[in-house]
Design a protein around this ligand. Sequence first.
Ligand code: SF4
Length: 330
Amino acid sequence: MSPNNAKIVFSGIRPTGSAHLGNYVGALRNWVKLQDEYRCIFSIVTWHALSSDYENARGIKDNVFEVACDLLGLGLDPDRCTLFVQSDVKEHAELHLLLSMYTPLPWVERVPTFKEMQQELADRDIYTYGFLGYPVLQTADIILYKAEVVPVGEDQASHLELAREITRRFNRMVGPIFPEPQILLTEVPRLAGTDGRKMSKSFGNAVYLKDPAETVRQKISTMTTDTRRKRRSDPGEPDDCPVFTLHRAFVDKATRENLAAECRRAGIGCLECKKVVIDSLETLLGPFREKRARFENDPRRVWDILASGGEKARAAARKTMEEVRAGLGF
Ligand code: SF4
């Protein structure tokens, strides 16, 4: 349990479906650790999901349940963190609206991940007012709880920079209400999907945490490798091999270095090399699947956890919004 004077951390996950290995190494494995050091507030950010999935709004609630089962199965503990659904706390929307009045348009237009996400979600029309404003909503999510620390990977650092700029401007114009959130830079290893591109739900190349063992085995066994290794006798280069990004994330250093050396001298076949990562993943995912299934089979418990997290979050959010409204003279 983190001490009461520990710093407040905020982080969110979009409920766009079950979590995959990329989400795990990019954020979730860190969330589990952060619970011991910080006062953690974790949100399943439904309105962010709506900004890209507005045509399938009714599917979002099912995804909330999926993601909640993933998070609880991984070890988020409602006694050690606040876990809630963003749209259960309407103050996020109010603060987002207010911040949007203070955010110059060019600030949001220049966010580099905006273009990147447009490419990743090329099958959807996300050229909307709501999607452009999502970094402002993100800022509201963070500062509503006066979070001092936000764990982000390098690729997301520009978002947090923007959040800090918006916070500074709001504090200057309305009153010193919010701490400026600090970046807790998290190492986010790039994880390739089964086709060699970045692992992503939208690319259909993801290995999901809840995938059965046989599915994980099948997905990785057929995964793209270094193209130099056409025959078993051809040496390869692990640095150019998508599978090896999984080794970097899930296999211990000594084993990994040995495999890399063997790959370079064609001393090992790709299937054998893949088996090592499949086994490592099973050590992680086997116990996870069991724990997750206990939550999945008890939906009442999951919704109760989210509801009581929502109450806790709402109490803090209401307090902040009283200060904000007073600052605005409303
Ligand atoms: S041996 Fe391993 S690292 Fe080398 S190309 Fe095959 S799967 Fe990739």
